[in-house]
Design a protein around this ligand. Structure first.
Ligand SMILES: [Zn+2]
Length: 450
Protein backbone atom coordinates (compact mmCIF):
# COMPACT_ATOMS: atom_id res chain seq x y z
CA UNK A 1 0.00 0.00 0.00
CA UNK A 2 1.24 3.50 0.34
CA UNK A 3 -1.49 5.82 -0.73
CA UNK A 4 -3.69 7.85 1.53
CA UNK A 5 -6.89 5.88 1.18
CA UNK A 6 -8.35 7.45 4.24
CA UNK A 7 -8.39 10.84 2.57
CA UNK A 8 -9.29 9.33 -0.77
CA UNK A 9 -12.33 7.51 0.52
CA UNK A 10 -14.50 9.74 2.60
CA UNK A 11 -17.11 7.58 4.24
CA UNK A 12 -14.96 5.32 6.38
CA UNK A 13 -14.67 7.30 9.56
CA UNK A 14 -16.47 6.47 12.77
CA UNK A 15 -17.79 3.11 11.70
CA UNK A 16 -16.01 0.45 13.70
CA UNK A 17 -16.08 -2.96 12.05
CA UNK A 18 -14.59 -6.37 12.59
CA UNK A 19 -11.58 -7.42 10.49
CA UNK A 20 -12.88 -10.99 10.27
CA UNK A 21 -16.07 -9.92 8.58
CA UNK A 22 -14.64 -9.53 5.13
CA UNK A 23 -18.02 -8.95 3.48
CA UNK A 24 -18.60 -5.83 5.51
CA UNK A 25 -15.03 -4.69 5.00
CA UNK A 26 -15.41 -4.92 1.24
CA UNK A 27 -18.81 -3.25 1.21
CA UNK A 28 -17.55 -0.38 3.34
CA UNK A 29 -14.77 0.33 0.90
CA UNK A 30 -17.21 0.53 -1.96
CA UNK A 31 -19.64 2.74 -0.07
CA UNK A 32 -16.78 4.97 1.12
CA UNK A 33 -15.81 5.88 -2.43
CA UNK A 34 -17.31 8.44 -4.75
CA UNK A 35 -20.01 5.99 -5.85
CA UNK A 36 -20.95 5.63 -2.19
CA UNK A 37 -24.08 7.81 -1.99
CA UNK A 38 -25.60 6.21 -5.09
CA UNK A 39 -24.71 2.71 -3.90
CA UNK A 40 -26.32 3.45 -0.54
CA UNK A 41 -29.54 4.56 -2.23
CA UNK A 42 -29.70 1.31 -4.14
CA UNK A 43 -28.95 -0.69 -1.00
CA UNK A 44 -31.93 0.87 0.79
CA UNK A 45 -34.13 -0.53 -1.96
CA UNK A 46 -32.66 -4.04 -1.91
CA UNK A 47 -32.77 -4.13 1.89
CA UNK A 48 -36.43 -3.14 1.93
CA UNK A 49 -37.22 -6.01 -0.42
CA UNK A 50 -35.29 -8.44 1.78
CA UNK A 51 -36.97 -6.98 4.89
CA UNK A 52 -33.93 -6.02 6.88
CA UNK A 53 -31.96 -2.84 7.42
CA UNK A 54 -29.18 -1.73 5.12
CA UNK A 55 -26.76 -1.84 8.04
CA UNK A 56 -27.74 -5.39 8.92
CA UNK A 57 -27.52 -6.50 5.30
CA UNK A 58 -24.05 -5.00 4.90
CA UNK A 59 -22.60 -7.47 7.38
CA UNK A 60 -23.47 -10.36 5.09
CA UNK A 61 -22.64 -11.91 1.72
CA UNK A 62 -25.95 -10.56 0.47
CA UNK A 63 -24.77 -7.04 1.28
CA UNK A 64 -21.50 -7.48 -0.59
CA UNK A 65 -23.31 -8.91 -3.62
CA UNK A 66 -25.82 -6.07 -3.44
CA UNK A 67 -23.01 -3.53 -3.51
CA UNK A 68 -21.63 -5.15 -6.66
CA UNK A 69 -25.06 -5.22 -8.27
CA UNK A 70 -25.48 -1.53 -7.45
CA UNK A 71 -22.17 -0.72 -9.19
CA UNK A 72 -23.35 -2.57 -12.31
CA UNK A 73 -26.66 -0.69 -12.28
CA UNK A 74 -25.17 2.74 -11.59
CA UNK A 75 -22.46 2.50 -14.25
CA UNK A 76 -24.62 0.62 -16.74
CA UNK A 77 -21.71 -1.80 -17.29
CA UNK A 78 -21.35 -5.37 -16.13
CA UNK A 79 -18.28 -5.24 -13.91
CA UNK A 80 -19.42 -7.98 -11.56
CA UNK A 81 -20.92 -11.36 -12.18
CA UNK A 82 -23.88 -11.00 -9.83
CA UNK A 83 -27.60 -11.73 -10.18
CA UNK A 84 -30.48 -9.61 -8.94
CA UNK A 85 -31.67 -12.43 -6.70
CA UNK A 86 -28.41 -12.36 -4.75
CA UNK A 87 -29.15 -8.87 -3.48
CA UNK A 88 -32.52 -9.87 -2.11
CA UNK A 89 -32.63 -13.58 -1.22
CA UNK A 90 -30.57 -14.12 1.88
CA UNK A 91 -28.71 -17.32 0.99
CA UNK A 92 -28.18 -16.92 -2.74
CA UNK A 93 -25.06 -14.77 -2.53
CA UNK A 94 -23.33 -16.79 0.16
CA UNK A 95 -23.80 -19.94 -1.88
CA UNK A 96 -22.23 -18.39 -4.94
CA UNK A 97 -19.25 -17.03 -3.00
CA UNK A 98 -18.63 -20.46 -1.53
CA UNK A 99 -18.99 -22.24 -4.84
CA UNK A 100 -16.35 -19.97 -6.38
CA UNK A 101 -13.78 -20.94 -3.74
CA UNK A 102 -12.92 -24.32 -5.17
CA UNK A 103 -11.51 -23.05 -8.40
CA UNK A 104 -8.38 -21.32 -7.28
CA UNK A 105 -4.97 -21.94 -5.82
CA UNK A 106 -4.39 -18.55 -4.23
CA UNK A 107 -0.92 -17.09 -3.85
CA UNK A 108 -0.78 -13.60 -2.37
CA UNK A 109 2.36 -12.09 -3.87
CA UNK A 110 2.16 -9.04 -1.63
CA UNK A 111 1.78 -9.34 2.16
CA UNK A 112 3.26 -7.44 5.11
CA UNK A 113 3.53 -7.02 8.81
CA UNK A 114 4.08 -3.40 9.81
CA UNK A 115 4.65 -3.38 13.56
CA UNK A 116 8.07 -3.96 15.13
CA UNK A 117 8.98 -4.75 18.73
CA UNK A 118 10.39 -1.36 19.66
CA UNK A 119 7.70 0.63 17.83
CA UNK A 120 8.02 4.02 16.24
CA UNK A 121 8.64 7.18 18.24
CA UNK A 122 9.08 10.42 16.34
CA UNK A 123 12.38 12.11 17.11
CA UNK A 124 13.69 8.99 18.84
CA UNK A 125 13.76 6.19 16.27
CA UNK A 126 11.52 7.65 13.57
CA UNK A 127 11.83 10.75 11.38
CA UNK A 128 8.92 13.01 10.50
CA UNK A 129 8.61 11.32 7.11
CA UNK A 130 8.79 7.90 8.75
CA UNK A 131 6.01 8.93 11.11
CA UNK A 132 3.86 10.08 8.22
CA UNK A 133 3.94 6.54 6.83
CA UNK A 134 3.26 5.01 10.25
CA UNK A 135 0.21 7.26 10.66
CA UNK A 136 -1.06 6.35 7.20
CA UNK A 137 -0.86 2.61 7.97
CA UNK A 138 -2.43 3.23 11.36
CA UNK A 139 -5.43 4.99 9.83
CA UNK A 140 -5.93 2.35 7.18
CA UNK A 141 -5.77 -0.44 9.75
CA UNK A 142 -8.38 1.27 11.93
CA UNK A 143 -10.65 1.79 8.93
CA UNK A 144 -10.34 -1.94 8.18
CA UNK A 145 -11.32 -2.96 11.67
CA UNK A 146 -7.97 -3.36 13.40
CA UNK A 147 -8.80 -1.68 16.67
CA UNK A 148 -5.19 -0.70 17.37
CA UNK A 149 -4.33 0.22 13.79
CA UNK A 150 -0.70 -0.44 12.87
CA UNK A 151 -0.12 -2.09 16.27
CA UNK A 152 -2.37 -4.91 15.10
CA UNK A 153 -0.37 -5.51 11.90
CA UNK A 154 1.66 -8.18 13.69
CA UNK A 155 2.98 -11.69 13.09
CA UNK A 156 0.02 -13.03 15.06
CA UNK A 157 -2.56 -11.26 12.91
CA UNK A 158 -0.68 -12.13 9.72
CA UNK A 159 -1.42 -15.76 10.55
CA UNK A 160 -4.95 -15.02 11.61
CA UNK A 161 -6.35 -12.82 8.86
CA UNK A 162 -4.28 -14.00 5.90
CA UNK A 163 -3.44 -17.64 6.54
CA UNK A 164 -6.45 -18.76 8.61
CA UNK A 165 -9.36 -16.50 7.75
CA UNK A 166 -8.89 -16.09 4.01
CA UNK A 167 -8.60 -18.47 1.04
CA UNK A 168 -4.93 -17.59 0.64
CA UNK A 169 -2.85 -20.74 0.22
CA UNK A 170 0.62 -19.22 0.14
CA UNK A 171 1.61 -15.72 1.27
CA UNK A 172 4.76 -14.11 -0.08
CA UNK A 173 6.20 -11.87 2.61
CA UNK A 174 7.27 -8.33 1.59
CA UNK A 175 9.69 -6.47 3.86
CA UNK A 176 9.87 -2.78 4.72
CA UNK A 177 13.36 -1.28 4.89
CA UNK A 178 13.63 2.52 4.98
CA UNK A 179 16.40 2.46 7.60
CA UNK A 180 17.10 6.13 6.94
CA UNK A 181 13.72 6.94 8.51
CA UNK A 182 13.65 4.41 11.33
CA UNK A 183 16.73 4.99 13.45
CA UNK A 184 19.14 3.05 11.26
CA UNK A 185 17.16 -0.14 11.66
CA UNK A 186 14.78 -1.63 9.08
CA UNK A 187 11.17 -0.68 9.68
CA UNK A 188 10.49 -4.42 9.91
CA UNK A 189 13.82 -5.96 10.95
CA UNK A 190 14.76 -9.26 9.29
CA UNK A 191 14.91 -11.14 12.61
CA UNK A 192 11.30 -10.15 13.33
CA UNK A 193 9.99 -10.98 9.87
CA UNK A 194 11.78 -14.35 10.10
CA UNK A 195 9.28 -15.35 12.78
CA UNK A 196 6.65 -15.69 10.07
CA UNK A 197 8.70 -18.25 8.19
CA UNK A 198 9.44 -20.14 11.39
CA UNK A 199 5.79 -20.36 12.30
CA UNK A 200 4.35 -21.13 8.89
CA UNK A 201 7.19 -22.66 6.87
CA UNK A 202 4.92 -24.35 4.32
CA UNK A 203 2.56 -21.43 3.81
CA UNK A 204 4.97 -18.54 3.34
CA UNK A 205 7.83 -17.41 1.16
CA UNK A 206 10.21 -14.83 2.52
CA UNK A 207 11.54 -11.97 0.49
CA UNK A 208 14.33 -9.79 1.84
CA UNK A 209 14.58 -6.05 1.32
CA UNK A 210 15.93 -2.92 2.91
CA UNK A 211 18.79 -2.60 0.45
CA UNK A 212 19.64 1.07 -0.10
CA UNK A 213 22.67 1.23 -2.40
CA UNK A 214 22.95 4.98 -1.81
CA UNK A 215 24.17 4.08 1.68
CA UNK A 216 27.10 2.21 0.17
CA UNK A 217 27.34 -0.66 -2.27
CA UNK A 218 29.67 -2.68 -0.05
CA UNK A 219 27.32 -2.55 2.91
CA UNK A 220 24.39 -3.39 0.63
CA UNK A 221 26.12 -6.51 -0.67
CA UNK A 222 27.03 -7.62 2.86
CA UNK A 223 23.42 -7.28 3.96
CA UNK A 224 22.22 -9.24 0.95
CA UNK A 225 24.62 -12.04 1.79
CA UNK A 226 23.50 -12.05 5.43
CA UNK A 227 19.81 -12.18 4.40
CA UNK A 228 20.45 -15.19 2.18
CA UNK A 229 22.87 -17.12 4.37
CA UNK A 230 21.44 -16.44 7.81
CA UNK A 231 17.75 -16.01 7.00
CA UNK A 232 17.31 -18.03 3.78
CA UNK A 233 15.36 -15.38 1.92
CA UNK A 234 14.09 -16.58 -1.46
CA UNK A 235 13.72 -13.28 -3.31
CA UNK A 236 14.03 -9.52 -2.99
CA UNK A 237 11.42 -6.75 -2.74
CA UNK A 238 13.07 -3.36 -3.01
CA UNK A 239 12.24 0.34 -3.16
CA UNK A 240 14.05 2.62 -5.60
CA UNK A 241 13.14 5.78 -3.73
CA UNK A 242 14.90 6.42 -0.46
CA UNK A 243 15.53 9.14 2.11
CA UNK A 244 19.23 9.62 1.42
CA UNK A 245 20.35 12.98 -0.07
CA UNK A 246 20.22 11.34 -3.53
CA UNK A 247 16.53 10.48 -2.96
CA UNK A 248 16.60 7.35 -5.07
CA UNK A 249 18.35 5.00 -7.47
CA UNK A 250 17.57 2.88 -10.53
CA UNK A 251 17.58 -0.86 -11.04
CA UNK A 252 19.72 -0.39 -14.17
CA UNK A 253 22.43 1.68 -12.49
CA UNK A 254 25.62 -0.10 -13.57
CA UNK A 255 27.62 0.97 -10.54
CA UNK A 256 25.15 0.98 -7.71
CA UNK A 257 22.67 -1.72 -8.72
CA UNK A 258 24.36 -4.22 -11.05
CA UNK A 259 26.69 -5.55 -8.32
CA UNK A 260 23.52 -6.50 -6.38
CA UNK A 261 22.11 -8.52 -9.28
CA UNK A 262 25.45 -10.19 -9.94
CA UNK A 263 25.60 -11.17 -6.30
CA UNK A 264 22.03 -12.47 -6.50
CA UNK A 265 23.12 -14.74 -9.34
CA UNK A 266 25.96 -16.09 -7.21
CA UNK A 267 23.71 -16.62 -4.19
CA UNK A 268 20.91 -18.26 -6.19
CA UNK A 269 18.33 -15.49 -5.83
CA UNK A 270 16.26 -15.47 -9.01
CA UNK A 271 13.18 -13.37 -8.24
CA UNK A 272 13.62 -9.65 -7.68
CA UNK A 273 10.80 -7.14 -7.37
CA UNK A 274 10.44 -3.47 -6.72
CA UNK A 275 7.71 -1.12 -5.59
CA UNK A 276 6.67 0.95 -8.60
CA UNK A 277 3.76 3.34 -9.05
CA UNK A 278 1.81 4.69 -6.04
CA UNK A 279 4.31 7.50 -5.48
CA UNK A 280 3.37 8.17 -1.87
CA UNK A 281 4.34 10.69 0.75
CA UNK A 282 7.47 12.73 0.31
CA UNK A 283 9.15 10.18 -1.92
CA UNK A 284 9.98 11.34 -5.43
CA UNK A 285 7.51 10.16 -8.05
CA UNK A 286 10.20 9.78 -10.71
CA UNK A 287 11.59 6.76 -8.88
CA UNK A 288 8.17 5.13 -9.03
CA UNK A 289 8.41 4.89 -12.82
CA UNK A 290 9.25 1.51 -14.21
CA UNK A 291 11.46 1.95 -17.25
CA UNK A 292 14.51 0.74 -15.34
CA UNK A 293 13.06 -2.78 -15.62
CA UNK A 294 13.74 -2.68 -19.36
CA UNK A 295 17.48 -3.12 -19.27
CA UNK A 296 17.74 -5.45 -16.28
CA UNK A 297 15.24 -7.82 -17.88
CA UNK A 298 17.52 -8.07 -20.91
CA UNK A 299 20.81 -8.13 -19.03
CA UNK A 300 19.73 -10.72 -16.45
CA UNK A 301 17.72 -13.20 -18.44
CA UNK A 302 18.07 -15.94 -15.85
CA UNK A 303 16.29 -13.78 -13.27
CA UNK A 304 12.59 -12.84 -12.97
CA UNK A 305 11.63 -9.21 -12.42
CA UNK A 306 8.43 -8.30 -10.61
CA UNK A 307 6.79 -4.88 -10.80
CA UNK A 308 4.82 -4.41 -7.57
CA UNK A 309 1.49 -2.56 -7.66
CA UNK A 310 1.78 -3.07 -11.46
CA UNK A 311 3.23 0.46 -11.32
CA UNK A 312 -0.30 1.91 -11.21
CA UNK A 313 -1.03 4.61 -12.34
CA UNK A 314 2.01 4.13 -14.64
CA UNK A 315 0.99 0.59 -15.60
CA UNK A 316 1.07 1.46 -19.30
CA UNK A 317 4.83 1.82 -19.00
CA UNK A 318 5.28 -1.82 -18.09
CA UNK A 319 2.71 -2.88 -20.67
CA UNK A 320 4.85 -1.12 -23.28
CA UNK A 321 7.94 -2.96 -22.06
CA UNK A 322 6.33 -6.16 -23.28
CA UNK A 323 3.96 -5.09 -26.08
CA UNK A 324 6.89 -3.91 -28.17
CA UNK A 325 9.22 -6.63 -26.90
CA UNK A 326 7.10 -9.76 -27.07
CA UNK A 327 10.20 -11.95 -26.84
CA UNK A 328 10.49 -10.96 -23.18
CA UNK A 329 9.71 -13.79 -20.73
CA UNK A 330 10.95 -12.55 -17.37
CA UNK A 331 8.81 -9.48 -16.59
CA UNK A 332 5.95 -9.94 -14.11
CA UNK A 333 3.57 -7.62 -12.31
CA UNK A 334 1.25 -7.93 -9.34
CA UNK A 335 -1.92 -6.18 -8.18
CA UNK A 336 -1.34 -5.31 -4.49
CA UNK A 337 -3.39 -2.25 -3.41
CA UNK A 338 -3.93 -1.36 -7.07
CA UNK A 339 -6.85 -3.77 -7.33
CA UNK A 340 -8.27 -2.83 -3.92
CA UNK A 341 -8.11 0.91 -4.62
CA UNK A 342 -9.54 0.82 -8.12
CA UNK A 343 -12.17 -1.91 -7.94
CA UNK A 344 -14.02 -0.19 -5.12
CA UNK A 345 -13.95 3.33 -6.35
CA UNK A 346 -13.08 3.44 -10.05
CA UNK A 347 -14.19 0.17 -11.62
CA UNK A 348 -13.52 1.40 -15.16
CA UNK A 349 -9.96 2.18 -14.14
CA UNK A 350 -9.70 -1.29 -12.62
CA UNK A 351 -10.85 -2.89 -15.89
CA UNK A 352 -8.35 -0.79 -17.85
CA UNK A 353 -5.45 -1.70 -15.59
CA UNK A 354 -6.17 -5.43 -15.71
CA UNK A 355 -7.16 -5.32 -19.39
CA UNK A 356 -4.01 -3.46 -20.41
CA UNK A 357 -1.77 -5.84 -18.49
CA UNK A 358 -3.51 -8.95 -19.82
CA UNK A 359 -3.40 -7.67 -23.38
CA UNK A 360 0.21 -6.45 -23.40
CA UNK A 361 2.11 -8.13 -20.58
CA UNK A 362 0.16 -11.34 -21.06
CA UNK A 363 -2.02 -13.62 -18.95
CA UNK A 364 1.01 -15.66 -17.84
CA UNK A 365 2.70 -12.70 -16.17
CA UNK A 366 0.09 -11.00 -14.01
CA UNK A 367 -0.07 -12.07 -10.36
CA UNK A 368 -2.44 -11.67 -7.45
CA UNK A 369 -1.48 -9.51 -4.48
CA UNK A 370 -3.43 -7.70 -1.78
CA UNK A 371 -0.96 -5.76 0.39
CA UNK A 372 -2.57 -7.22 3.51
CA UNK A 373 -2.28 -6.93 6.52
CA UNK A 374 -2.51 -3.28 5.55
CA UNK A 375 -6.05 -4.02 4.40
CA UNK A 376 -6.63 -6.51 7.23
CA UNK A 377 -8.35 -9.66 5.95
CA UNK A 378 -7.72 -10.03 2.19
CA UNK A 379 -10.79 -12.20 1.61
CA UNK A 380 -13.02 -9.40 0.30
CA UNK A 381 -10.45 -8.68 -2.38
CA UNK A 382 -10.32 -12.36 -3.36
CA UNK A 383 -14.13 -12.46 -3.55
CA UNK A 384 -14.18 -9.25 -5.58
CA UNK A 385 -11.74 -10.56 -8.20
CA UNK A 386 -13.69 -13.82 -8.47
CA UNK A 387 -16.72 -11.73 -9.44
CA UNK A 388 -14.93 -9.09 -11.49
CA UNK A 389 -15.02 -9.03 -15.27
CA UNK A 390 -14.00 -6.64 -18.01
CA UNK A 391 -17.25 -5.30 -19.51
CA UNK A 392 -17.83 -6.13 -23.17
CA UNK A 393 -17.69 -2.48 -24.23
CA UNK A 394 -14.09 -2.27 -23.04
CA UNK A 395 -13.14 -5.66 -24.46
CA UNK A 396 -14.38 -4.57 -27.88
CA UNK A 397 -13.00 -1.07 -27.88
CA UNK A 398 -9.57 -1.78 -26.48
CA UNK A 399 -8.81 -5.31 -27.61
CA UNK A 400 -8.66 -6.52 -24.02
CA UNK A 401 -8.88 -10.25 -23.40
CA UNK A 402 -11.86 -11.49 -21.42
CA UNK A 403 -11.18 -12.06 -17.75
CA UNK A 404 -12.27 -15.69 -17.82
CA UNK A 405 -12.11 -18.27 -15.02
CA UNK A 406 -9.07 -19.80 -16.70
CA UNK A 407 -7.27 -16.46 -16.77
CA UNK A 408 -8.21 -15.82 -13.14
CA UNK A 409 -6.65 -19.13 -12.12
CA UNK A 410 -3.38 -17.98 -13.61
CA UNK A 411 -3.60 -14.59 -11.91
CA UNK A 412 -4.63 -16.05 -8.56
CA UNK A 413 -1.90 -18.62 -8.29
CA UNK A 414 -0.64 -20.56 -11.29
CA UNK A 415 1.70 -17.80 -12.47
CA UNK A 416 3.16 -17.37 -9.00
CA UNK A 417 3.42 -21.15 -8.64
CA UNK A 418 5.57 -21.26 -11.75
CA UNK A 419 7.69 -18.33 -10.54
CA UNK A 420 8.32 -19.71 -7.05
CA UNK A 421 8.20 -23.44 -7.83
CA UNK A 422 5.13 -24.09 -5.69
CA UNK A 423 3.18 -27.31 -5.51
CA UNK A 424 -0.42 -26.41 -6.33
CA UNK A 425 -1.72 -29.60 -4.73
CA UNK A 426 -1.35 -27.81 -1.40
CA UNK A 427 -4.46 -25.74 -2.20
CA UNK A 428 -6.49 -25.68 1.00
CA UNK A 429 -9.85 -25.20 -0.64
CA UNK A 430 -10.46 -28.25 -2.75
CA UNK A 431 -12.50 -28.47 -5.91
CA UNK A 432 -16.12 -27.56 -5.37
CA UNK A 433 -17.32 -28.26 -8.86
CA UNK A 434 -16.44 -30.55 -11.74
CA UNK A 435 -15.96 -27.66 -14.06
CA UNK A 436 -12.73 -26.87 -12.25
CA UNK A 437 -11.40 -30.41 -12.40
CA UNK A 438 -8.04 -31.00 -13.99
CA UNK A 439 -7.03 -27.39 -13.84
CA UNK A 440 -4.06 -27.61 -11.55
CA UNK A 441 -5.10 -28.57 -8.11
CA UNK A 442 -3.48 -31.94 -8.24
CA UNK A 443 0.10 -32.90 -8.81
CA UNK A 444 3.06 -30.69 -9.51
CA UNK A 445 2.87 -27.09 -10.62
CA UNK A 446 1.95 -26.95 -14.24
CA UNK A 447 4.57 -25.82 -16.63
CA UNK A 448 2.80 -23.09 -18.49
CA UNK A 449 4.83 -21.81 -21.38
CA UNK A 450 4.24 -18.34 -22.63
ZN1 LIG B 1 3.22 -3.17 0.05
Amino acid sequence: MEFNFIKHLKGLDNLPTEPMNHYEQGSRFFTGGHLGPQINDKLEGYAAKGRWSRREMLKTATGFAAVMLAVNEITGMKFFDVDKAEAVERDAAEEKFILAKGGNFVVDQHTHICWRNDGYVEGVNTTKQGMWFVDLLDGLGKAMGFENGIRDMTVENFGKVILEESDTDIAIFNPFGFREDYGGKDMVPIEEQAEIKQRWPDRTIMMGGGLTPNQGVGETLDRLQMFVEDYKIEGLKLYTFDSTPKKGWWLDDLERAYPIWEKCQKLGIKNVGCHKGIPFGQFMARYAHAEDFDRVCDDFLDMNWIVFHSAWPYHEEIAALKMFKPQRKNLYSELGSTFAATVTNRPIDCAHVIGTLLRDLGEDYLMWGTDSTLWANPQWQIDALRRFQIPNELVEGHGYPQLTDEVKKKIFGLNAARLWGLDTSTARVKLADDKFAGIALNGKPQNITA
